[in-house]
Design a protein around this ligand. Structure first.
Ligand SMILES: *[C@@H]1O[C@H](CO)[C@@H](O)[C@H](O)[C@H]1NC(C)=O
Ligand SMILES: *[C@@H]1O[C@H](CO)[C@@H](O)[C@H](O)[C@H]1NC(C)=O
Ligand SMILES: *[C@@H]1O[C@H](CO)[C@@H](O)[C@H](O)[C@H]1NC(C)=O
Ligand SMILES: *[C@@H]1O[C@H](CO)[C@@H](O)[C@H](O)[C@H]1NC(C)=O
Ligand SMILES: *[C@@H]1O[C@H](CO)[C@@H](O)[C@H](O)[C@H]1NC(C)=O
Ligand SMILES: *[C@@H]1O[C@H](CO)[C@@H](O)[C@H](O)[C@H]1NC(C)=O
Ligand SMILES: *[C@@H]1O[C@H](CO)[C@@H](O)[C@H](O)[C@H]1NC(C)=O
Length: 367
């Protein structure tokens, strides 16, 4: 009992070291809409200046959206050198992008006070709010909290025509990341139906590293549209990584590890067991989902909305959860679903060698 006094002070010591040594940057989650909040533990004000360097080469993404759908308009909006923007995206200096295309943006990220940022400026239009500027115009590359923090003299009335500073979210690698071979952090704008694993795959980055870079984990991996996810890169990003059609995810039942099994003969047995398992689980899950849906049909919350919200990045971050129990259950479903997702018909087809007789078990189930 003598030592019990020490325990609190020791834990305080470790807790206070924790953010400095281990944590990279916290993911913003749904804090994007909490414009009145000044909670600085969520990265809503910006990514903390905790990197090895106070300034670094960094990257953002932006989705081409009229009127910001060309090299000139995007480089003006984000105050980016037009030549560099066009080169990075392998297009001409006047190129127009397809709507919704992901555009890579090269920036120099630097510390301003305690946060990393890239500055651009913006002229207020009628009916603008800090939220609409951050979310609708800058797509989540900035936040209402950060805008408010840096333009405090204008907090009450946003006068059309006034120019404000817009801090864009960027970060530099921490010592831990740099030691691990990370040279750049890319602020990736999450859109609908994306997972940490699918985004990591685009850039050939280990999902675990991306989760870690954002203070997320295998148990806590939900991401939302109009937020930035930091992708830790070893090499500079190239345009084909964001414009090429997304390759099918590797067949793995634990997405964060994402180690594709070797295609050699030795592993094919386990592989086949995995396929059978997944087919069975999907039948069970399908049944359960159907059951719940039926059961909850009369209640005002549509279960499919919640479940898809759990599986994927979601559109309406503010939506309140209503049924704790079913959400917990859906959480576990969502992890199963994530593993289910990875088997495409094509993969099944090749795993069973085009559904050959050899793999048939009792008529309709392939192994
Ligand atoms: C958060 O705010 C508190 C008090 O306002 C301050 O002491 C702390 O340094 C801030 N933390 C970060 C990461 O900015
Ligand atoms: C833009 O970048 C190009 C190539 O790096 C450089 O030659 C040019 O001077 C830059 N322009 C401006 C306005 O900084
Ligand atoms: C960005 O803007 C902030 C606030 O206006 C300023 O303090 C900071 O020096 C600027 N950073 C750069 C790199 O210009
Ligand atoms: C601003 O809002 C008012 C009322 O909601 C609307 O009548 C007007 O058209 C809006 N202006 C612009 C430029 O969107
Ligand atoms: C954020 O902006 C997008 C694009 O304009 C819009 O669809 C979405 O509803 C906005 N989010 C919120 C919470 O208003
Ligand atoms: C970075 O920190 C993690 C713990 O969060 C640790 O497991 C890992 O080994 C560290 N990497 C390096 C290169 O120091
Ligand atoms: C940090 O700065 C040093 C010296 O300028 C540079 O060599 C190094 O690549 C930088 N590291 C990162 C991760 O930006």
């Amino acid at each position: 009992m003598k030592y019990s006094k020490f325990i609190p002070s020791i834990s305080i010591f470790f807790i206070s070291l924790f953010p400095i040594i281990l944590s990279q940057q916290p993911y913003i989650r749904q804090a994007i809409t909490l414009c009145e909040s000044t909670d600085n533990s969520t990265s809503a004000l910006g990514y903390t200046c905790n990197g090895l360097n106070r300034s670094c080469e960094s990257y953002l993404t932006f989705r081409s959206t009229p009127p910001f759908n060309s090299v000139p308009t995007i480089s003006t909006l984000l105050s980016i050198n037009r030549t560099q923007l066009s080169r990075l995206n392998s297009v001409t200096e006047n190129a127009i992008f397809e709507t919704s295309q992901t555009v890579l943006v090269p920036v120099t990220c630097s510390c301003s006070g305690q946060y990393y940022q890239v500055n651009t400026s913006y002229i207020i239009r009628q009916n603008d709010t800090y939220f609409s500027i951050a979310n609708n115009t800058f797509q989540g590359l900035s936040t209402c909290q950060a805008l408010q923090g840096q333009n405090s003299q204008l907090t009450q009335n946003l006068n059309p025509g006034a120019r404000i500073t817009v801090p864009l979210r960027c970060a530099c690698p921490t010592r831990n990341q740099s030691d691990g071979g990370v040279n750049y952090l890319l602020s990736y704008l999450v859109t609908q139906n994306q997972f940490v694993s699918s985004i990591s795959l685009l850039f050939g980055v280990d999902t675990g590293r991306t989760l870690e870079a954002n203070g997320l984990s295998e148990q806590d991996f939900n991401i939302y549209p109009f937020t930035t996810l930091l992708v830790p890169l070893q090499d500079r990003p190239v345009s084909t990584q964001v414009t090429a059609p997304q390759p099918p995810p590797p067949p793995s039942t634990t997405p964060p590890e994402s180690v594709p099994p070797p295609s050699g003969g030795g592993s094919s047995r386990t592989w086949i067991y995995a396929v059978v398992g997944v087919v069975l689980v999907s039948i069970v899950v399908g049944g359960v989902v159907f059951f719940i849906k039926k059961k909850k049909k009369s209640s005002e919350t549509d279960v499919t909305t919640i479940s898809s919200k759990r599986f994927e990045s979601v559109e309406k971050p503010l939506k309140k959860e209503e049924d704790e129990d079913s959400n917990e259950f859906l959480d576990s479903l969502s992890s199963i679903a994530q593993s289910l997702k990875v088997y495409t018909f094509k993969e099944l087809k090749s795993a069973t060698e085009d559904f050959s007789e050899r793999f048939l078990i009792k008529g309709s189930v392939y192994r």
